[in-house]
Design a protein around this ligand. Structure first.
Ligand code: GN1
Ligand code: MG
Length: 362
């Protein structure tokens, strides 16, 4: 672990109050996040080191986030929403006016105002799934008319064709010598790869739009108030143009799995239909007015796509020798891969039931 002088970094930002304490916050797999506690009446802050190995264009990243948060703030103001500062993130400017600071060791930092008295949740209930569905649908709805085009903070982030070619490249290189033990899984993924790449084909045929999506929809990327009401969507790094499948499918990948994505006990893994129904109901309540028939029709495909894609991504990283995701033990990515594959198989058994349920809502 490198030691980091957070006082020096914080001094680059226009923050109020005296810093009392800086402590780790949350459990993201990509960035490092700290809670900055200040003295007295000043707000607390969140300090984040941006992982610029993954988000290589920090300028574009922060520009996206500035546009999105400003747009949401305007929308909330326009409908006279109360308590706006707890419903949209607020970034603190660095001394040079940017919303990030690059230190002498080429590390990138940003600061936001900490939203007090919030609760985060790691597990989904049918009630919270419904609320999250509504909130993420509403998030997309607010962003249908962003005033300027946004860039892709990770190019082709949820492009299944690209994820397959990354897997195939990892297999070619077999950098960590792990290919033999994962052969069966590779074969199974290859069998369904074409079907799972249908979104890219529909897009090329001009039948499927890209919209501004969150692209990392999980219950822990949402803040709730003490009463359990949704306040705010957080973790905006991956907000970018994508298929709406990203937000809908990726939420269910974690939310509707009976267990965590890295549970090594595969008997725990499975698709929770009750959560699926609750989330879908909430999502369609806010999103149906802007979704096209082709988007709606492919929602069951989206539910299958994300465990499939995450399985491919974890497996690629395992074969590459764990260069992307933080791991806690040597076979962590392998356990994650197996878990997502079981989930994928189980989701596929629900294809027809999902389509019927969605149909019943329309
Ligand atoms: C990463 O850091 P976190 O947990 O928010 C990843 C997601 C994966 C997820 C899997 C930029 O998100 O795409 O679904 O891990 N984010 C990036 O746990 O790759
Ligand atoms: Mg996160």
């Amino acid at each position: 672990m490198e030691t980091i002088n957070t006082a020096n970094i914080l001094a680059q930002f226009e923050i109020k109050g005296l810093v009392k304490e800086v402590k780790p916050l949350g459990n993201g797999l990509i960035n490092d996040t700290y809670h900055v506690v200040t003295d007295g009446d000043s707000p607390d802050y969140v300090l984040q080191r941006i992982n610029n190995a993954i988000f290589q264009d920090v300028d574009l990243l922060q520009r996206n986030i500035e546009v999105v948060t400003a747009h949401i703030r305007h929308k909330l103001e326009a409908c006279n929403t109360d308590d706006i500062n707890r419903k949209v993130l607020q970034f603190v400017k660095a001394r040079d006016g940017k919303t990030y600071y690059r230190d002498e060791a080429d590390r990138y930092w940003r600061v936001m105002v900490y939203i007090p008295d919030t609760v985060t949740q790691e597990a989904v209930t049918p009630e919270s799934a419904y609320d999250c569905g509504k909130a993420f649908g509403n998030f997309e709805k607010m962003l249908v008319d962003v005033p300027e085009p946004l860039g892709e903070t990770i190019p082709d982030f949820h492009n299944m064709e690209l994820r397959m070619s990354q897997l195939r490249e990892a297999i070619q290189n077999n950098a960590a010598g792990r290919l033999d033990e994962v052969r069966d899984m590779v074969n199974e993924l290859e069998r369904d790869a074409d079907e799972m790449c249908q979104a890219e084909r529909l897009y090329r045929e001009g039948r499927l739009p890209k919209r501004i999506c969150h692209c990392d929809t999980k219950v822990n990327n949402m803040l709730f108030d003490q009463q359990g009401q949704v306040l705010c969507v957080i973790d905006l790094d991956t907000v970018m143009p994508s298929f709406i499948f990203s937000d809908y499918g990726d939420f269910l990948r974690t939310g509707a799995n009976f267990t965590a994505e890295d549970d090594p006990d595969l008997s725990h893994v499975g698709f929770n239909e009750e959560i699926f129904k609750a989330f879908t109901t909430g999502y369609l309540e806010s999103a149906r007015e802007f979704l096209t028939p082709i988007e709606v029709e492919h929602l069951p495909y989206a539910v299958a796509l994300f465990p499939f894609m995450q399985c491919v991504r974890f497996l690629t990283d395992y074969i590459n020798g764990d260069t992307y995701y933080k791991i806690k033990y040597p076979t962590h990515n392998l356990d994650r891969t197996r878990n997502q594959l079981i989930l994928y198989r189980d989701v596929r058994k629900h294809d027809e039931a999902m389509a019927a349920f969605i149909h019943s809502l329309l």
